[in-house]
Write a protein that binds this ligand. Structure first.
Ligand SMILES: [Zn+2]
Length: 162
């Protein structure tokens, strides 16, 4: 009897663990070096989810969409596209999307600028990494040049840095 109860308890534990592991495509961002980060905005963890094929992020061909929800922000990742990015860009896009939630803003330059500043603060940017990011955007790319001007100047292009 005791063994049966133990077995049942164990089975219940396993089913709960299974639910936690596969619960609705929630995901945590893993950097190229294998470390993990949460996006924190106004003291709360921003929910991240893996998009299912057919989701708008796939339809638009975007890597991710950060969008407001009733309770904050949510980042939906196109993991198929994310994993095709070079490691520096793969990591930068986390800071970019998180910046949308942190500021908050829908402005791409402000998100890029704040994201780069945050990436530098996290010790994940710097000359070598930023040279790779510049190469990804392409020579004399005005979006990247404006991002650098903003991040180096300590302003974010529209007034607020956080
Ligand atoms: Zn963006």
């Amino acid at each position: 009897m005791d063994a049966l109860r133990k077995a049942l308890t164990h089975a219940r534990f396993l089913s709960i663990a299974w639910l936690v592991v596969v619960s609705p495509s929630a995901m945590a961002f893993i950097f190229a070096d294998g470390t993990h980060a949460d996006c924190i905005a106004r003291g709360a963890t921003v929910m991240e989810a893996e998009a299912s094929p057919g989701d708008v992020v796939y339809q638009l061909g975007r890597v991710a969409i950060a969008a407001p929800t009733a309770s904050g922000y949510r980042i939906v990742w196109n993991t198929n596209k994310l994993k095709t990015l070079p490691p520096e860009m793969h990591d930068f896009i986390f800071f970019h999307e998180c910046a949308h939630a942190r500021l908050p803003t829908t402005d791409e330059l402000r998100a890029n600028c704040a994201g780069l500043k945050e990436m530098r603060s996290a010790g994940k940017a710097g000359f070598a990494v930023e040279a790779k990011l510049a190469a990804f955007y392409g020579p004399r790319n005005s979006y990247w040049e404006n991002t650098l001007t903003c991040a180096n100047g300590g302003k974010d292009g529209a007034g607020a840095s956080q």
